[in-house]
Structure formats: structure tokens, C-alpha cells
Design a protein around this ligand. Structure first.
Ligand code: NAI
Length: 318
């Protein structure tokens, strides 16, 4: 199989001074891309800044014979990051929204500042960088974008309500961008990785973490950003060598309304087991499918076909 190359392509990786982002930056450079290594150089909690963090990665890439420039701005200022790509390399093909911080605290104790800061860096930061790159990608009819979500968003995690909300927000963001980007050949995919980095060293026990290497996340990101990959709108969990795709599914549910009669909370309660029973599942692809499911429920009600059965308290006895 031929190597996945990125010659002539320009990639901007946020938070590329350490952890996952650094791993991506080195690999993209090895594979021929021109790389913008963005990193604010802050602590895992988002305090301070240092140009050294990005500079070291740029030096490493150049020593290996690759092409890279540093950018030290926070992802809050997406235009500045994208301008670094445009000024140095004349285009922007790939954006990897990766920079991140944590401000963990139980929800009861979480301050507004902790909520806002985490959302500002992860969700608004990804918005800001993507927004600045979007029109360039649209004009050139080509773009590859990665959002970095988290299992904390997908499943929840104690002390991470701010982070979970931001990480799940990125999936909603990508859900719409995949639609708006399709006709311009802009793909938008989301990963939820698990790997040992300075961000997770206090969260993943060392005996588990030692085998969860960042090198096992990188290959998926490289593939999703290649021109041969047409996947868009995907959400992928990736860790320890395992890669899989996620999707929403819903229960078959129940139609709990009768024509001409009020819909009752008591009927919801009585039929709850059926509402939440996943033994029959449905997978919907679009918002249109979701709206049409409501329309077909209305049609069933009008045809006298519902799932109230004999349990309905006001259903006339036959
Ligand atoms: P890391 O702490 O090793 O690297 C993150 C980098 O982002 C740091 O170098 C930091 O200086 C930089 N950064 C922070 N705020 C920034 C800002 N405002 N602007 C520019 N750069 C900034 O963390 P790691 O683990 O490599 O995380 C990368 C991404 O992956 C994050 O979005 C994180 O939430 C996500 N993630 C990581 C997981 C893991 O298991 N390591 C699990 C789930 C998600």
C-alpha cells in the first residue's frame, strides 16, 4: 500500500507543542506537509505562556528535514493562527483542533470562571480557528478538519462538567459543519482519544496509562486528514491501538397519544419500559429523518394506530 503523503499540503495543529498535537506535527512533517505548530505554552490548567514549547517542536521538525513554523497565540484568536499559515505557506488545507486545558471541580464547587475558561479554549477556540480557515478551504474546494472531543463528553466524568459540555459541543458543531462543508470537499471528523499525556497523568492510573501511547492516536488523525479519505461527520473513539466509529441510535419508542384526546404524563409513566427499550433500535441519519419520524407518529395517531393499548386510562372500552 502506498504511503499516505501530504506533500504540498499545509496543516495547522493547535496545541502542538506537547502530547497528542506534537505527535501529529512530527508525523505530518515526516509525510511532507508544511506544519504550523501552534502552542500557547500554558500549564495544563491554562495558566501562563511560553514560546519555547512550540519552538522546540519546530526545531525538532527542521532537524529531521521537515518544514514548520511556530505560532504562539491562544486558539481564542483563530485569525492569527491561520494568518501564520497563509503568510508562511500561502494556504491552509488541514486544521487539527487539539489545544486543550482542564479545570476539574465538582459541579457544586465549580466557578463561572472555570466553566467559561474551559469552554472558551475547547469550544470557542475550535470555532475561532475553524472559522478563520473555512473560507480559504471553501475557495480552494478542499479542507480537512479534526475536532478533538473526549470520552468525558460522550459518557460524562466526575468533576468535568465544564469539559464534558465543551467536548460534546464540538460534536454538535461538527454535525453541522459536515453538512455545510460537503459540497466544498471539506470534511469534518471528531476523535475521542485516550492516551497518557500531562493532561491525563492524574486521571489515568499509571499502570493503565503506560500502554496508552499517543502514537496509537496519531494514525487515525493522519488518515482522516488525507485527501484519499472521504469520511465526514464521523465520531471515532481511539485508544491503545483500537479504532471505532460511534453513532446515535434510538429506541423504537411508543406512540402515546390518541386522536382528539390530550396526551397524558400518566401514559408516559405507564409505557416507560417501552419508551426506553433498546431491543428494537432505529438509526437516523439526518434532521429530516427526525422530523419525519414525528410526522409518521401523527399519521399513526390519525389512523387510530397507537401504542397505548388497554393501559390508557381514558381509552374507551371496546
Ligand atoms: P497536553 O496538555 O499534553 O497538550 C495540550 C497542549 O495545548 C499544550 O501544549 C498546551 O500548551 C496547549 N494549549 C493549551 N491551551 C492553549 C491555547 N489556548 N492555545 C494554544 N495552545 C494551547 O494535552 P493532550 O492530552 O495532548 O490533549 C490534546 C487534546 O486531546 C485536548 O483537547 C484534550 O482535551 C484532548 N483529549 C486528550 C485525552 C487524552 O487521553 N490525552 C483524552 C480526551 C481528550
Amino acid at each position: 500500500m502506498s504511503e499516505l503523503r501530504f506533500d504540498g499540503k499545509v496543516v495547522l495543529i493547535t496545541g502542538a507543542g506537547a502530547g497528542l498535537g506534537k505527535c501529529y506535527a512530527l508525523e505530518f512533517a515526516k509525510r511532507g506537509a508544511s506544519v504550523v505548530v501552534n502552542d500557547l505554552g500554558s500549564t495544563p490548567g491554562g495558566v501562563g505562556s511560553s514560546a519555547k514549547v512550540a519552538d522546540q517542536v519546530v526545531d525538532e521538525i527542521r532537524k529531521l528535514g521537515g518544514t514548520a513554523v511556530a505560532n504562539y497565540d491562544s486558539v481564542e484568536f483563530g485569525e492569527k493562527l491561520v494568518n501564520t499559515a497563509l503568510q508562511n505557506f500561502g494556504r491552509i488545507d488541514i486544521v487539527i483542533n487539539n489545544a486543550g486545558i482542564l479545570r476539574d471541580r465538582s459541579f457544586m464547587r465549580m466557578s463561572d470562571d472555570e466553566w467559561d475558561l474551559v469552554n472558551k479554549i475547547h469550544l470557542r477556540g475550535s470555532y475561532s480557528v475553524t472559522k478563520a480557515a473555512w473560507n480559504h478551504m471553501k475557495t480552494q474546494n478542499y479542507g480537512r478538519i479534526i475536532m478533538t472531543s473526549s470520552a468525558s463528553g460522550l459518557y460524562g466524568n466526575y468533576g468535568q462538567s465544564n469539559y464534558s459540555a465543551a467536548k460534546m459541543g464540538l460534536i454538535g458543531f461538527a454535525n453541522t459543519l459536515k453538512l455545510e462543508g460537503k459540497k466544498y470537499n471539506i470534511s469534518v471528523n471528531t476523535i475521542a482519544p485516550n492516551a497518557l499525556t500531562r493532561l491525563t497523568e492524574g486521571l489515568i492510573p499509571p499502570e493503565v496509562g503506560k500502554d496508552l501511547k499517543i502514537e496509537y492516536i496519531m494514525p487515525l488523525v493522519i488518515y482522516l486528514c488525507h485527501e484519499s479519505c472521504l469520511e465526514t461527520g464521523g465520531v471515532f473513539e481511539v485508544s491503545g491501538g483500537h479504532v471505532c466509529k460511534l453513532r446515535w441510535e434510538r429506541t423504537k419508542g411508543a406512540v402515546l397519544r390518541e386522536e382528539g384526546k390530550p396526551m397524558l404524563p400518566e401514559d408516559i409513566k405507564k409505557n416507560w419500559e417501552q419508551v426506553v427499550d433498546f431491543s428494537e433500535r432505529e438509526v437516523l441519519e439526518t434532521i429530516g429523518d427526525s422530523v419525519m419520524a414525528g410526522v409518521s407518529a401523527v399519521q399513526r395517531v390519525q389512523a387510530g394506530d397507537n401504542d397505548l393499548g388497554s393501559s390508557h386510562p381514558i381509552k374507551p372500552k371496546l
